[in-house]
Design a binder for this molecule. Sequence first.
Ligand code: ADP
Length: 443
Amino acid sequence: MNEVQLEVAKAYPNDSGRGIARLDPDTLLHLKLSPGDIIEIEGAETTAAKVWRADRQDWNTDTVRVDGFTRQNADVGIGERVTIRKAEAEKADKLVLAPPEDASVQFGSDAAGMVKRQILKRPVVERDIVPVMSSTNHPFMRSPGQAIPLIAVETEPDGVCLITEDTEVELREEPISGFEKTGGGITYEDIGGLQNEIQRVREMVELPMKHPQIFSKLGIEPPQGVLLHGPPGTGKTLLAKAVANETSASFFSIAGPEIISKYYGESEQQLREIFEDAKEESPSIIFIDELDSIAPKREDVTGEVERRVVAQLLTMMDGLETRGQVIVIGATNRVDSVDPALRRPGRFDREIEIGVPDEVGRKEILQIHTRGMPLSDDVSLDHLADETHGFVGADIESLTKEAAMKALRRYLPEIDLDEEEVPPSLIDRMIVKRDDFSGALNE
Ligand code: ADP
């Protein structure tokens, strides 16, 4: 059979949540595919996607670009290999979607119709995660631009199915249990810029977790702790969550200031418990936000609590004999305020600086946060990237939300708040314009 093996790479920012795989023209030719055709992607599991042509810089790199949902559906990580072949897709008679175990979703009255319109002409395989965008013009709102992962609990027929106008789409609100893939979560596509930083974190954290034997063979110790430092709102938390998600590691999060404010003895107790749970559920990532507040320099220490928490943390980190299976990621805005004892070998001995994004990074972040928004043609993200010098990711996120709110205010006079439903024709017309962004920028 005609098939190729390719390395998995992350999706282009605009492709996320769309069920698209990018292949280069040579591969398309070799597999006798045209853009828009459906392929099977076989990793540890098999899923399907629609193919599009890759951008020129990716030609002849032997890669396939797919998003985090498709990677989970194929059960592969970035850098792993998958087998690609043309799929024999049949028209779906029926598709049943339900939220994963830990999610609760409420569907509005025409939700099934809207979901169907979103996933029209897309391939689905039973057990796949099917990301559905929620946006301001969607019946079930979460934060705009975020995809809601639903699970295809049933398809008729089996195998690769294509959603058409005639497919009966059924939505269940009852979460489905017993499905390993829970979807959701942050993936590398949700991070704009930071290409090199992501690469370094992957080498330090993902590699030892997935392939501990490489480290033991070379006789080197995988890192125990990685310190991410840089200004607030640049994506440190995001990055830690993405790594945990992409490695399927358990994620434990500790907010520095919170743990300090506990009663006598409780902070240490809590730290101990988290480390024990992390060991039990390894591979795990323990994320400690605002590490400087938990571990200020000794000479700065005023309170007894801080000193004890630092000591406890040192004990826990020194006691980890997990060889890369439990990794502690610390984040701080003030790297100089972190206790030097924590930065010694075997503790937080790797450091990565997460800086303010440049123009290219800002454009990617803008793309990410406007994914679920209907943008008017006069909105130029290039232009906005140029105008937002000095903005960090969190600022860009607020900007896009504020622009959407401005758009909403334009339509408010047309919305009758006493009516249960907003007319679909109005919802279809809603767009975010250049002026909304200019207004948001000038505030
Ligand atoms: P930090 O931990 O560095 O203070 P966060 O990761 O908590 O920052 O970022 C806060 C929010 O800002 C994120 O949830 C995200 O929406 C947005 N954000 C920050 N950096 C980025 C980025 N590089 N790409 C996309 N969104 C970002």
